[in-house]
Design a protein around this ligand. Structure first.
Ligand code: NAD
Length: 295
């Protein structure tokens, strides 16, 4: 029986996962590195819970839902967790270090799930002594809105673990799909990344503008957002590291992040969170227009 969920990372994804878990009635603990990061994360969660309550999409008041969330900078708070969702930065070394520590802190029955966008789950799970209870649970952004979770099994993940996580996701009102082999980028990003890489190459070559790609992909393919709008929401650093992980694993050129993308990340133009990415935003997050492209 899963009651206590520990979420590592209070960023865009960790906050969203904590929110849907609290809305579904779980007791949630969120951990990040500093009080400031946690406060920032919690403010977004409270705002989003407010929207769900206002629209009558969830049971209870904002305070009741937020009351199920505890925050901490102390990893030892995971000692009573039944389940861990990891949503820290897309960096294999950091994820491995975190899970090695969690493995020694959490009860032996606790199940671990990583929300990595692209890193093979096996490379993360291998630092733990609970490989049968380890899987990838890849949520999509914004978590409270997007209905799908991709579940990735390694060669050692047990069927019991997959079924348990399918049930948890169902309780969060999410649909799931199973990815039966642990390849970098899994299924959905493997399908999506080459088209996003091609979009960047086309703007790099001056064939089409950022705005026209997004407009075209929205109206022509029925997507709610175009690839550049999506990248600005996800964070260019997060997306860049995920593309790199797939490129490094496969060596396949179709996943290689173009130069212009690397330069944007180096400049700190990371999307909505820094006020500038492929587009510029004002302090209220209103889109102002396309940003300059690096030479
Ligand atoms: N952004 C997206 O659209 C998206 C979609 C699906 C999956 N993901 C994946 O989810 C994960 C998180 O992405 P995000 O967009 O939320 O990133 P983010 O940068 O918004 O948040 C990451 C948070 O993790 C924290 N952190 C770093 N080390 C930590 C540790 N040891 N313990 C606890 N917290 C720690 C950071 O301080 C930061 O607040 C990444 O693996 C990413 O690839 C992201």
């Amino acid at each position: 029986m899963i009651n206590k969920i520990f979420v590592a990372g209070a960023g865009l994804m960790g906050g969203g996962i904590a929110q849907v878990c609290a809305q579904a009635g779980y007791e949630v603990t969120i951990r990040d590195l500093t009080e400031e990061l946690i406060e920032k994360g919690l403010r977004s969660v409270r705002w989003s819970v407010g929207k769900f309550v206002e629209k009558g999409k969830v049971q209870g008041t904002v305070d009741e839902i937020m009351g199920r969330i505890t925050v901490t900078t102390d990893l030892s708070a995971a000692a009573s967790a039944d389940f861990v969702f990891e949503a820290v930065v897309e960096d294999l070394k950091i994820k491995r270090q975190l899970f090695a520590e969690l493995d020694s802190i959490c009860p032996p029955y606790a199940v671990f799930a990583s929300n990595t966008s692209a890193i093979p789950i096996t490379k993360i799970a291998e630092v733990t002594g609970r490989k049968a209870q380890f899987l990838g649970a890849h949520f999509f952004s914004p978590v409270p809105m997007m209905r799908i979770v991709e579940l990735i099994r390694t060669s050692e993940t047990s069927e019991e673990t997959i079924i348990l996580v399918e049930e948890i996701c169902q309780s969060l009102e999410k649909e799931t799909i199973r990815v039966n082999r642990d390849v970098a980028g899994f299924a959905l990003n493997r399908i999506n990344y080459p088209s996003s890489v091609e979009a960047i190459r086309l703007i790099e070559a001056g064939v089409v503008s950022v705005e026209d790609v997004d407009k075209g992909m929205r109206l022509g393919f029925g997507r709610p957002m175009g690839p550049f709008e999506t990248s600005d929401m996800a964070g260019l650093d997060v997306a860049y590291n995920a593309y790199r992980a797939v490129y490094e694993d496969t060596g396949d050129e179709k996943f290689r992040p173009p130069e212009i993308f690397r330069k944007k990340v180096e400049r700190g133009e990371l999307g909505r969170k820094t006020g500038i990415g492929w587009y510029r935003y004002d302090e209220n997050g209103k889109k102002l227009g396309p940003a300059d492209l690096p030479e």
